[in-house]
Write a protein that binds this ligand. Sequence first.
Ligand code: WT7
Length: 644
Amino acid sequence: MARAKRKVEPKETTEALLGEERVFRPLPEVVIEANVSPKEYQEAMEKGLRDPEGFWEEAAEELDWFKKWDKVLDESDAPFYKWFVGAKCNIVYNAVDRHIKTHRKNKVAIIWQGEPPEQKKKLTYYELYRRVNKFANVLKSLGLKKGDRVAIYMPNLLETAIAMLGCAKLGVIHTVVYAGFSAMALRERVNDAKAKVIVTADGLYRNGKIINLKETVDEAMIECPTVEHVIVVQRTGQPIDMSDGRYLWWHDLMEGVSDECETEVLDSEHPLYILYTSGTTGKPKGILHVHGGYMVGIHRTLKWVFDLKETDIYWCAADVGWVTGHSYIVYGPLICGGTTVMYEGHPLYPKPDRMWQIIDKFGINILYTAPTTIRMLMRFGAELPRRHSLKTLRLLGTVGEPINPEAWVWYYENVGRERCPIMDTWWQTETGMFMITPLPVALLKPGSATKPFPGIHADVVDKEGKPVPAGKGGFLVVKHPWPSMLRTLWGDPERYKKQYWEVIPGVYTTGDVARRDEDGYFWIQGRADDVMNIAGHRVGTAEVESAFVAHKAVAEAACIGVPDPVKGEVAKVFVILKKGYEPSDALDKELRQHVRHELGPIVIIKSIEFVDSLPKTRSGKIMRRVLKAREMGIDPGDLTTLAD
Ligand code: WT7
């Protein structure tokens, strides 16, 4: 890639975003080697616009089906769209089984790196196949059947991938709960999904410390009536209490069980997993994905956008607990027959150059990470990546939030050494796959996720659904269904319909605001609703507020997101205390601890402000917008609905 325009001095994030003019062209060697040439990209864009079903049908032809579809897209029960109707398949057949019959049989499927640097494991496709079969047989022996739910509460371990695949093999629906979540969050998800089994570990390594996961599960289990068994992986080996008859060791169950297991022949629309994400209310939403369309979407996007090649070693540095880990650590790379790296630990442990060290250790070709991680690493200076060769890197990616041009350029210069294009991929838990993203042959503008992927009809519109002119902000929507879209919200089809398809009738509302420039490039500006983006994680302000009011001292709470140079956004909370309580440093500390216990460490509270009243509408709704305007020193806008 060569810089086409002048270098701009570093500026403040928003200002730089608005004034961003740099354009980066791909280097000739990137273009020559790309899976999709500029001409094919152009043709795919045209085909995707004219005939999205045809485009996705071609993508589906690249995978293995037990029976092909009668129809690509069924819109008769919109917005409950169905893809590849009448087809039979199983994502695990595509991710694992089929590779055993090819040259990939003894290829490394997963490279696992533990946080302790000396701990690493490599699993071939054949070995993965056998362990997935064994685990599926374990589930069968515990009485699990197609359609049942299993919760997986584990960090990035080989067993996590094996458990996910083992469930899917049987048509059992998994729900992975991020291992940093609290007992309360785990319990809420397990109960909502009515899971029969929890798979967990004795503990995990994080930043040099051992965290006891089993204890958290015990706390959750006080009120998990549907759970019959807890399968425990021995990760750390620290002593834990296994006297409760429902708790079983993974290694005991896996011993002696057959390594052959039939893969269920499933309807293409059979549920694959539920993944909970934050919304505008306190209750998390169970995003439901299915086997058929999902595998088509993630396979095509990974192969095209990250240009995944047979010989590549690919590292998505996310956690399996998020959708990124589902689509692009486990399922996507395995369907592509690639080698995927899974890192268990903290990016700064034992030293801040850990990521660069891992890249050189394994000879990684593709790195996918988040802007917040890049900004955190930037703070340690360019010398750290510069001290490592990083010569194997060919392509870089980011996801989770808009990347500020400074971080983009830093990543480009110091990690990619001006030779690796950066794929800024915009997508959501709901979309399952990349939606707005470049391909390696595209012209890049730092801070822009560029254009919709072929077959994706994204637009920027006003409240009525009318497209807004170039340069103006509006709501980011998708106007045509896509194969890896969520199918519904688990147990709440009404909320699915209302929240995604009725805000602006007939189109999918993403909840983000964006603008498009004269070249048709999309610039994502953030969330339109009461959802914060803390270090790339979606956190509802309502969730934080309800955790606060659960404390005995708190009468009312209002939460807003405020900008943070590293985390992107952090929470600020305004609190009205109950009678008899006085503001103090001790209470501030106690509230923080309480919220950390309720929600887990992903919610970062910048500050708590004790107040006597909160701005409300006459109907009693807190006007967070007013609080935010005051906090940021900007005009609060229309105040006519304010009660006081
Ligand atoms: C929200 C989705 C998809 C995996 C990670 C987060 C924001 C995501 C980008 C990007 C600007 C981005 C959006 C989106 N977001 N990627 N490349 N540029 N914003 O998944 O928790 O479902 O969050 O993250 O606001 O709506 P998620």
